[in-house]
Design a protein around this ligand. Structure first.
Ligand code: SAH
Length: 521
């Protein structure tokens, strides 16, 4: 059907036959495709058209005529406005099917893998036992609502309008009392919130991170300035919170809700007019610089600027799978690219000879080194830098020095390892002169866990040149995963195992772990 048959604001009845990338329902009206926000697969809805393009349009549910059998009562009153939980109205079981399908479709469409191969190797999706209150980190924007009231909550989907909601169904239950306490401190001390349009006002965001295994809570206020008025009052108020222990139905999914306490209160200075939430300068107001948590028996120290997986229980499953896919026996050299605070590196270290971690955020590497010490692990080395720069520099044998001037450059490392008979300059010569590939220059395993944009081309190219026996790819975006796997499998690797692990229930996001293996091994 041609454009012109429909107009903006038309009400149409449509049956939802598919789910889009952002969780929206997809249906057809006389052959014209509509992407319908808030519709669930299997619904028949009355929808209002919000935008018409030539071959497709966008619409919003006005009324559910016949609800889908997958439709459930959403837990959160804000779920339609908030951009966070796109698929909360769909049963959790169906969400898992949707996520597995999404990964599979991307692997076929973008990666070029066949349905037959995927049928054979894709393992069952790993879901959560309790898909609520699982997030250990939340960043709440602080501002004013339309009536000018001071509020904290979430941005309404695709906007920067703040919806007041301190009771998120995905976050730690303690977040609510912490946020209300921060707001009370602001009101009592005349502290302003940031006005994004004008670039004025002080408090921009509140970051709250909880170690679910230890009960330690970090509160970090992101401010448009250097100091807050009456900072001691904020500290006093936050320290005075008595957490309700083990409130029924409110406990995080993974651990009992006991022993929660604030362990770190800090300020992040962000005076830039930017969408980036955190400012680089962190000033501790009270407590320790970092909080502790533990995964799979390992202790981790996490500071405000470091990445840390948001879902503790599922992370343990994800890392265990990555470890199993790596197939370690104790003799292997492993690279962990995009290593964050070294979580995967330390998971692997117990079963490998040597692990090298690479990460671009210097504070995360500081945490990673501290984490190695905390756990008494000495066969790991961490480097600050971009994977696409550190790895080629290492491979080329030129050595590498951290941008921050830290002493643990690869150059030094190579000399040290050289003495132990590995990674010497001589190897580089051998690689050129020997007909056989020089095994010593090949790490046995490379693990990558990049952000959503995936791996840089230079990084992929170097991985291929290094010819590890196995590559374990942990991905939070199956489209870039598929794109990168196409390059790697085009360069002599075979897709062996794929497993989807749901870290982010009720959202469209999903984690995937993949094993690819060099064809001649
Ligand atoms: N493996 C870690 C972190 C994964 S998140 C974990 O499981 O906790 C991805 C990490 O990659 C982040 O810490 C981010 O800071 C880092 N990063 C982003 N771009 C990078 C790049 N080009 N090179 C190295 N690290 C990068």
């Amino acid at each position: 059907m041609e454009r012109g048959q429909y107009n903006k604001n038309d009400i149409v009845t449509v049956m939802i036959e598919d789910i889009g990338n952002d969780g929206e329902g997809i249906g057809k009206c006389d052959g014209y495709t509509l992407f319908v926000k808030d519709a669930v697969l299997g619904d028949t809805v009355e929808a209002r058209i919000t935008k018409c393009k030539k071959n497709y349009g966008y619409a919003r549910v006005e009324k559910v005529v016949t609800p889908s059998s997958f439709r459930v009562e959403p837990k959160c009153r804000c779920h339609r406005q908030c951009g966070g939980c796109q698929i909360q109205a769909m049963s959790y079981e169906r969400q898992l099917v949707y996520k597995a399908d999404k990964v599979r479709n991307n692997l076929m469409r973008i990666g070029g893998f066949t349905a037959g191969l995927l049928d054979e190797i894709m393992e069952p999706v790993v879901g959560m036992e309790e898909p609520w209150h699982y997030r250990n980190k939340a960043q709440f924007p602080v501002g004013y609502d339309k009536a000018g009231n001071l509020v904290a909550g979430f941005y309404a989907g695709r906007t920067h309008d703040i919806i007041a909601n301190t009771d998120c169904a995905l976050g730690a239950p303690e977040n609510q009392v912490i946020l209300e306490t921060v707001l009370a401190y602001m009101r009592e001390n005349g502290v302003s919130a940031y006005r994004e349009n004008e670039g004025t006002g002080l408090v921009r965001h509140v970051l709250i991170r909880t170690g679910f295994a230890t009960g330690e809570i970090m509160v970090c206020l992101v401010i448009n300035g250097k100091r807050l008025p009456a900072e001691e009052k904020l500290v006093e108020k936050l320290r005075g919170i008595v957490f309700e222990e083990g409130k029924p139905g409110k406990a995080p999914a993974n651990k009992e809700n006991a022993g929660k306490h604030i362990a770190s209160i800090s300020i992040s200075v962000n005076t830039e007019r930017t969408n980036v939430i955190m400012g680089q300068e962190i000033r501790l107001l009270w407590g320790s610089r970092a909080i502790r948590d533990s995964i799979g028996g390992l202790a981790f120290s996490i500071s405000p600027l470091s990445f840390y997986q948001v879902n503790l229980g599922q992370t343990e499953k994800l890392y265990s799978l990555a470890l199993a896919y790596a197939g370690l026996t104790g003799k292997e050299t492993v690279w962990d690219l995009y290593c964050g605070i070294g979580t995967i590196s330390l998971f692997m270290a117990g079963r490998a000879k040597k692990v090298y971690g690479v990460e671009v955020v210097p504070q995360a590497i500081e945490d990673a080194r501290e984490n190695a010490r905390l756990n008494g692990i000495s066969n790991v080395e961490f480097y600050v830098g971009k994977a696409e720069e550190v790895l080629p520099a290492f491979y080329a044998g030129y050595g590498y020095t951290d941008k921050d001037g830290a002493s643990s450059g690869v150059e030094q490392e190579m000399t040290a390892e050289g003495a132990a008979g590995e990674w010497t300059e001589q190897d580089a010569v051998c690689a050129v002169t020997d007909a056989l590939p020089d095994k010593k220059r090949h790490p046995d395993v490379i693990v990558v866990d990049p952000p959503r944009k995936g791996c840089d081309e230079k990084c992929l190219e170097t991985m291929l040149a290094m010819q590890p026996d196995r590559i374990v790819y942990v991905s939070c975006d199956s489209a870039t995963l598929a794109r990168d796997l196409k390059v790697l499998c085009g360069g002599g690797y075979e897709l062996k195992r794929v497993r989807v692990v749901d870290q982010f229930g009720h959202t469209v996001h999903v984690e995937t772990v993949v094993l690819i293996q060099r064809k001649d091994t």
